[in-house]
Design a protein around this ligand. Structure first.
Ligand code: XLS
Ligand code: NI
Ligand code: NI
Length: 439
């Protein structure tokens, strides 16, 4: 190693159990504990988001950054990227997590030309590859930042100017190369500016075709390079666009099926994107799981009083427990993991705040998983939904499901059974109490 230690004074974060009062220990996340047949480590595959934890300086529309990261001191882009990688790998190792996620230009500053950017990416991925070998830390997914640079103000793959689409293509090719080089397990598309600000200047139908064409080309390229991982679409309804094409899970699945991309693509569901779409996290996970498309999770939380992507660290146990019920019923994630796409608050300026944030996030998911496992094994709970649909398990109900009844059959059946409808309670409060009793 031989490089500088950035997070001095904080050692490896260990599991100490709920009785511990050590703020630098896990209380619930016990990597080796088996829950529902798998260790917590395997269930979650926790990942650190390079952009929030090592790049985000806390700037907001009203003011400059407040963080003074000690790895941001060099004016040389190569040196500063290496310092950032040193800090990142030190932090991830100390957290005891196995994964990280990146955008191309989180790793190193974008240069003025594509060729120079590619050179920089080659240099930093060489460096990161040796850090991966030293530490065993893996890449959960890579992605390309096709939204920050002003050239993308009208979109990337959906830009009305082919020159910009081509530039985005070059960038995605380079990001795929970097992901493959670092043995990335998956690749993400989050289309922050793939959408519109005004329909008055937008040909939506053409843009959707372009987006599908672009994704197909990216998939074909990566497959030709031997990439075996899954591609994820990360739905979000808006911000920075007024309307994003990958609005939510249902919209994204419809799009993927419409363009024949559903074999290669699954979804990366982010908590705060769900709430921005006026859905619950649990809803988005359920929609994805229904189509076997629950690929990965971006863990964070929104704010009930704010209408934007506040990206706070997860700490809502009930919300997470309900999400983990969907997660367990679906048999976990299809290739992905739980990436903390979350940032510490602008006024959380101690380096150690990054530890508290990730410890709390991991403990929230661990606690959610433990609660979900108990609820699903609670006979009072698990029998309820099954019984609620029991009329489809026999007789005409089962014929209906098989597709052997037509509308006239329903007419005849209903006419002959005029008095058969017995109102049944949905028992929501009873079920909510069962969940709370397990928290
Ligand atoms: C922004 C998104 C972004 C993606 C990766 O809201 O969450 O961070 O996860 O581009
Ligand atoms: Ni995200
Ligand atoms: Ni987000």
């Amino acid at each position: 190693m031989g490089h500088k230690e950035y997070f001095k004074g904080v050692q490896s974060i260990a599991f100490e159990g709920r009785e511990s009062d050590n703020p630098f220990a896990f209380k619930y996340y016990n990597p080796d504990q088996i829950v529902a047949g798998k260790t917590m480590r395997e269930h979650f595959k926790f990942a650190i988001a390079y952009w929030h934890s090592f790049c985000g300086q806390g700037a907001d529309p009203f003011g400059a950054g407040t963080q003074n990261f000690p790895w941001d001191n060099s004016s040389d882009p190569i040196q500063s990227a290496k310092d950032k990688a040193d800090a990142a790998f030190e932090f991830i190792s100390k957290m005891g997590f196995d994964y990280f996620c990146f955008h191309d230009f989180d790793l190193i500053q974008e240069a003025d030309t594509l060729a120079e950017s590619e050179k920089r990416l080659n240099t930093i991925t060489d460096y990161i590859k040796t850090k991966q070998q030293e530490t065993g830390i893996k890449l959960l997914w890579g992605t390309a930042n096709c939204f920050s640079n002003p050239r993308y103000m009208n979109g990337a793959a959906t830009n009305p100017d082919f020159n910009v689409v081509a530039h985005a293509g070059a960038q995605v090719k380079m990001a795929l190369d970097a992901t493959i080089k670092l043995n990335g397990e998956n690749y993400v598309f989050w289309g922050g500016r793939e959408g519109y600000i005004s329909l008055l200047n937008t040909d939506m139908s053409r843009e959707l075709d372009h987006m599908a064409r672009f994704l197909t080309m990216a998939k074909d390229y990566a497959r030709a390079q031997g990439f075996k991982g899954t591609f994820f679409i990360e739905p979000k309804p808006m911000e920075p666009s007024k309307h994003q094409y990958d609005f939510d899970a249902a919209t994204s699945i419809g799009f993927l099926k419409n363009y024949g991309l559903h074999e290669d693509f699954k979804l990366n569901i982010e908590v705060n994107h769900a709430t921005l779409a006026q859905h619950t996290f649990e809803h988005e996970l359920t929609v994805a799981a229904n189509d076997n498309m629950l690929g990965s999770i971006d863990a964070n939380r929104g704010d009930y009083q704010n209408g934007w992507d506040t990206d706070q660290f997860p700490n809502n146990i009930e919300e997470t427990a309900r999400a983990m019920m969907v997660f367990l019923k679906a048999g976990g994630l299809q290739g992905g993991g739980v990436n903390f796409d979350a940032k510490i608050r602008r006024n959380s300026i101690d380096l150690e705040d990054l530890f508290h944030a990730h410890i709390g996030g991991a403990d929230t998911f661990a606690r959610g998983l433990l609660v979900a496992d108990k609820v699903l094994n609670d006979a009072q709970f698990s029998s309820f939904v099954k019984e609620r649909y029991a009329s489809f398990d026999k007789g005409n109900g089962s014929e209906f499901e098989k597709g052997s009844l037509n509308l006239t059959d329903l007419y005849n059946f209903a006419g002959a059974n005029n008095s058969a409808i017995v109102p049944a309670s949905g028992k929501q409060e009873y079920l909510e109490n069962i969940i709370n009793n397990h928290i």
